[in-house]
Design a protein around this ligand. Structure first.
Ligand code: NAG
Ligand code: NAG
Ligand code: NAG
Ligand code: NAG
Ligand code: FE2
Length: 584
């Protein structure tokens, strides 16, 4: 046994008592099978039904899980029934105004995971919420946990580039330092990177989408180590630095704020370990995104955190098992000064959880930022259905089955969950400079709209006050209607809402592409994928890319991509010269 083995086995034995008490799985409704999407390696052309604006050239990348059903070599199937856990696909859509068409290709980014799942029934990677087979045999469980730990300790740069599931945000022009990638990347090649909530990044070919290398923030800044990062970075429009966090679990939780300059040079911007108002240690929070302004980085510590120092990940092979909601805790916003490169204040807010930020900026009095908030941690158990809307024909039976389930709070989170009835509220938080100067204080908050997720804004307004947010709204299924995700535009000054609704459409996050040369905040178009689901499960479902007028949300047209419905979380748009337009 090498030293690594000794350390790993030691860690597992120490965790034995936790392991024995941990697995309190609740009875669940049988979740439906999610359909697979094909991988389309050679671009296909979809003609645009309608007229693309004359300036609309560029590429939309979207990413999300595409393959959910794995046929094993022994003929059995492994069905992944959690929307977050399918094998990630990258989708590439190239718009040409002149030809009024869209070219489309896609790629399965985790072929090595796919292969191992096919060949080895004992192979279990870490999923988000997919419970594969809760092994009842303690020995099998320990063995699997050991193998997971062991594979997590292989330097990521040495792994097969397809041996990870990195599928939440697509980031063109990610600032890599080319010296780390000379084996796979030529200076001047276009850069496309996929990101997730782990400290794990995947460099892809920007056209064929083929994975070229796995790496992490630690590859670029070796002194910054940790398991988690935010799937959503921020880029400062004045310095072009990319900011993110690296969270390390374990005995003491630490959150390091880092930046990468456009040439990939790393800087550390201070660390959050304690709440400054009372000196108590932070819990390891789940951070999916965070606000950045000209002078500050705001690190949210929501009452949703990883329990057991993160050990349940390893034991259960899924992240959901580690989540805890502390209903007595508050939200703390930890303020990092970019000038001092130091944690300078901890500001309290009511308990809430947010995945996604809108814009953030500074006024004379303080920091303002927008985000979509859920009132508690129940959302993390509800995510399984994301992107697979309930069909009209299923609504009644589903409601009856759900009504017959009893659920409890397990680790503070309702389990089994009820189906997500709505998205959260669009909230604007204000943190005053006075409180920051004093090191502590309370936010003020104002809810602008309800039922909003995937907030996007005109990226030219990043770090400046902006008025419009485009996002998705969830309409639940009834006996009269299909469940839909609509696209909405919120005027944050007046609260007015415009809506794009089509009876069977699940629209993805709307990306705003401004009209070149225009300074009008909402002058441009919205691009989104829209999956159209039939009323019955047996029907052919299909995917479209829709283009809407940014001001009115009128449909300018759409192109049919194919008879499949890829789930995508996020997208980024670059112009015809591959320059940033709207980047996630
Ligand atoms: C997009 O393509 C059309 C047709 O080639 C061209 O006229 C237009 O200038 C292009 N727009 C941009 C922003 O490149
Ligand atoms: C990746 O996905 C495609 C499309 O579903 C599938 O054909 C392929 O088998 C997958 N995995 C591998 C290892 O190629
Ligand atoms: C483009 O966006 C990436 C990712 O946000 C960023 O790192 C890069 O600096 C940006 N480039 C420019 C020229 O703004
Ligand atoms: C549900 O969606 C399908 C697919 O778009 C559509 O054909 C059907 O009319 C919708 N049903 C209702 C009641 O709106
Ligand atoms: Fe996200």
């Amino acid at each position: 046994m090498d030293t690594l083995n000794v350390v790993l086995v030691g860690a597992l034995l120490l965790s034995f008592p936790i392991l024995l008490t941990m697995h309190k799985a609740a009875a669940k409704l049988q979740r439906p099978i999610i359909k697979d999407s094909p991988e389309i390696l050679e671009p296909i052309t979809a003609s645009f039904d309608g007229q693309l604006p004359s300036w609309m050239n560029g590429t939309l990348f979207r990413i999300g899980p595409g393959k959910f059903n794995i046929k094993r070599n022994d003929g059995s199937y492994m069905h992944i029934r959690h929307a977050f856990d399918g094998m990630p696909y990258m989708h590439r859509l190239v718009f040409s105004a002149e030809k009024n068409k869209v070219d489309y290709n896609s790629r399965n980014l985790s072929k090595e995971i796919d292969r191992k799942l096919t060949e080895d029934p004992n192979y279990e990677p870490v999923f988000f919420g997919h419970h594969h087979d809760a092994a009842t045999n303690l020995f099998v469980k320990l063995l699997r946990a050991y193998r997971r730990l062991r594979s997590m300790n292989i330097p990521i740069e040495n792994r097969d580039p397809n041996d990870a599931m990195v599928g939440v945000t697509p980031t063109p022009n990610f600032p890599i330092n080319e010296k780390h990638f000379s084996d796979v990347h030529k200076v001047g090649d276009k850069v496309l990177v996929s990101k997730t909530d782990a400290n794990m990044l995947q460099l892809l070919d920007a056209e064929s989408l083929e994975p070229k290398k796995l790496f992490s923030y630690t590859t670029l800044i070796p002194e910054v180590k940790g398991q988690m990062s935010a799937a959503h970075h921020q880029t400062c429009p004045s310095t072009n630095e990319l900011f993110n966090i690296v969270l390390s679990l374990g005995q003491t939780t630490s959150i390091k704020v880092i930046s990468l300059s456009p040439d990939g040079k790393g800087t550390q911007y201070g660390e959050v370990k304690k709440r400054l108002h009372d000196g108590s240690p932070i819990n390891p929070p789940y951070i999916h995104s965070f606000p950045l302004t000209k002078n500050y980085v705001v690190i949210p510590e929501y009452p949703l955190y990883f329990g057991g120092k993160g050990l349940p990940f390893i034991m259960e092979g899924n992240i959901e098992a580690a989540f805890r909601w502390d209903d007595k805790a508050k939200t703390y916003f930890h303020i990092i000064s970019r000038e001092k490169k130091e944690h300078v204040a901890t500001i309290e807010a009511d308990p809430a959880f947010s995945f996604h930020m809108g814009n953030a900026w500074e006024t004379e009095n303080g920091i303002e930022f927008e985000c979509c908030v859920f009132p508690d941690g129940d959302i993390v158990q509800q995510l399984y259905s994301f992107g697979s809307p309930l069909r009209k024909s299923q609504a009644k039976t589903y409601a009856m089955k759900e009504a017959s389930l009893t659920s409890n709070k397990i680790n503070g989170i309702r389990n089994p969950p009820i189906r997500q009835p709505s998205f959260g509220n669009l909230r604007r938080y204000t943190i005053s400079f006075n409180d920051i100067a004093q090191g502590s204080g309370k936010v003020s908050a104002r809810d602008i709209a309800s039922n909003l997720e995937f907030p996007r804004f005109n990226a030219k307004y990043t770090s400046k006050p902006s008025r419009y947010i485009w996002g998705c709204a969830l309409e639940t299924a009834t006996v009269e209607q299909n469940e839909t995700y609509d696209i909405v535009k919120v005027d944050t000054d007046t609260g007015d809402i415009r809506r794009y609704h089509r009876p069977g459409y699940a629209c993805s996050e709307p990306i705003f592409v401004p009209k070149p040369g225009s300074n009008d905040e909402d002058d441009g178009v919205i691009v989104a994928l829209a999956n159209e689901f039939g009323e019955e499960e047996e029907m052919v479902d299909r995917s479209h890319v829709v283009v809407l007028d940014g001001k009115t949300l009128e449909e300018l047209g759409k192109a049919a991509i194919g008879d499949f419905t890829p789930v995508t979380f996020h997208g980024s748009f670059v112009d015809k010269d591959f320059a940033n337009v709207s980047i996630n």
